[in-house]
Design a protein around this ligand. Structure first.
Ligand code: URP
Ligand code: ZN
Length: 516
């Protein structure tokens, strides 16, 4: 990747990996937040943004980054990743180190990963296990959602403990993966009710797991064993059906709902209709779903085809990415993530004779911002402010750590990217920073390149070079009942309570037949 070497100036000798206490002034860029943009300097000290205003003085010992002619945006927040997750007989190859290195190289400064208990495992144990993996390795801040991968009274109690003492406010339910993660509707009902009682957010992987399982048997019985069988066995109808069911179940409990990886226009239409009907539902688009389509699974090269296997599948209709981008631009879909869950060719080869054994997952963490810029902003579908909203701000609001992150404002964490909107780069596995040996966006030329990434006040990426330290990132705890969601939830509860009033009438006093 080529980057300008000349755009940086410094008032003192520089060490790129500055201590958080060091001072940083980002000079003269166009500061872009989700609500508006203006030209200003940004002054950072001790990892926090201290001032945002034009023509700031430069205190002694301050490193100055010249951002004139560039955008200065809040670091990207990816609310859906799976680093080193044990999954389908292997473990995703990007761990919390290589994954967060790739993240900051692409302008993302925070990830939200998932602690997913094994069936029967304590949620707290899973949470601690993930913390143990992440804390020593993360190069940027992170937080954890927790999966409700099985259901019991213990799970119910541990949800409360996680919200009270471990900073977890979001729980993921799988309606797919029948053999290991899937909850039944009745279990899902109970989980959603508990989540609502705790002031949390339910996230749902919406696919009809029973029907998928039947689909897999049918497609294999037809003799289709290659990656295209994965797509054929889980059509968009099954995603849309489960999305509608999740909306209904959450709505019955009055619980807000977040639909992860909306991959088809059919499912997106369900989310849109729910939002139009006043439900508190958020739909997540993925870099993969916005950047590529599912026709790759029909590629003659097995390795290439298998690289695109994920769930729900990338849809074979080539119009899908543009359609999802339209919905994202209009706020029918609310934000972007990646579901980054990478497996090498050798790992994917676990399913060489049977597509249902191909570990599901693709990359995206490093490339998400460039993909959204190219397909969303360069296409004229969204402006720079909506770009910031869908790559950063809305995630911070939904998961309740705004304005600590997701905005360039006084008092916010210094997670900042100097973004060159004109510059281009060509995505390739040869140059990316992921551990995986394939990139689903290979060869794609994107406008929009991060020149400098600042995470927690430290310059972690500049001039195409990384200056990261494993363990430098922090776990970000999150509280429940966040205003962005729960103000509406509380008011809706009042309205519902007022509607659920019985009729005041005289008791029935006539004859009653004897019970047989
Ligand atoms: N999405 C995917 O294919 N892999 C990661 C696990 C999941 O989120 O379903
Ligand atoms: Zn996922």
């Amino acid at each position: 990747m080529s980057v300008y070497l000349s755009f940086l100036v410094s008032s003192s000798p520089i060490t790129p990996s500055m201590e958080p206490g060091n001072r940083l002034l980002i000079r003269g860029g166009r500061v872009v937040n989700a609500d508006y943009s203006r030209t200003a300097d940004v002054f950072v000290e001790d990892g926090v943004i201290r001032n945002v205003a034009p023509s700031l003085d430069v205190p002694e010992g301050t490193r100055v980054l010249d951002a004139r002619g560039k955008l200065v945006i809040p670091g990207g927040i990816d609310p859906h990743t799976h680093m080193q997750i044990p999954f389908m007989g292997t473990r995703s190859i990007d761990d919390f180190y290589s994954g967060t290195r790739a993240a900051v190289a692409g302008g993302t400064t925070m990830i939200l990963d998932f602690a997913l208990p094994f069936n029967g495992e304590s949620l707290l144990e899973a949470y601690r296990r993930w913390r143990g993996w992440a804390d020593p390795k993360v190069c940027c801040d992170y937080s954890l959602h927790v999966g409700l991968t099985w259901w019991s009274s213990q799970v119910c109690e541990e949800m409360a403990e996680l919200t009270k003492n471990h900073g977890v406010n979001s729980f993921k339910i799988f309606m797919a993966y029948k053999d290991f993660y899937m909850l039944r509707d009745s279990e899902m009902c109970a989980a959603v009710r508990q989540c609502k009682a705790l002031g949390g957010l339910v996230m749902v992987h919406a696919e009809n797991g029973d029907m998928v399982s039947e689909g897999v048997k049918e497609v294999l019985a037809c003799g289709v064993t290659g990656p295209e069988g994965h797509t054929l066995s889980r059509p968009a109808e099954l995603e849309a059906e489960a999305t509608g069911r999740a909306v209904a179940i959450a709505n019955q409990a009055g619980c807000p709902l977040y639909v992860v990886h909306v991959m088809s226009h059919e499912a997106a239409d369900v989310v849109t209709a729910a939002r139009n009907n006043g439900h508190i539902v958020f739909g997540e688009a993925l870099a993969a779903g916005l950047g590529v389509d599912g026709t790759h699974c029909w590629n003659k090269d097995w390795r290439h085809a298998a690289a695109y296997v994920m769930s729900p599948p990338l849809r074979p209709d080539p119009r899908t990415p543009a359609r999802l981008m339209d919905l994202l631009a209009n706020d029918d879909l609310s934000l972007t993530a990646t579901d980054n869950c990478t497996f090498t060719g050798e790992q994917k080869a676990l399913g060489k004779d049977d597509f249902s054994k191909i570990p599901n997952g693709v990359n995206g963490l490093e490339d998400r911002l460039s993909i959204v810029w190219e397909k969303g902003v360069c296409s004229g579908k969204m402006d720079e402010n909506r770009f910031v909203a869908v790559t950063s701000t809305t995630a911070a609001k939904i998961f309740n750590f705004y304005p600590r992150k997701g905005v360039i404002a006084v008092g916010s964490d210094a997670d900042i990217v100097i973004w060159d909107p004109q510059m281009t780069r060509t995505i390739s596995a040869k140059t990316h920073h992921h551990a995986v040996d394939f990139n689903i966006f290979e060869g794609m030329e994107c406008h929009g390149v991060p020149l400098v990434t600042v995470a927690g006040g430290r310059v972690v990426y500049e001039n195409g070079q990384l200056f990261v330290q494993p363990g430098a990132g922090k776990y970000i705890p999150r509280t429940c009942f966040g205003d962005f969601i729960y103000q509406r939830v509380r008011q809706m509860d009042i309205v519902r309570a007022n509607q659920q009033v019985g009729v005041c009438r005289q008791p029935y006093s006539g004859p009653v037949v004897p019970v047989l």
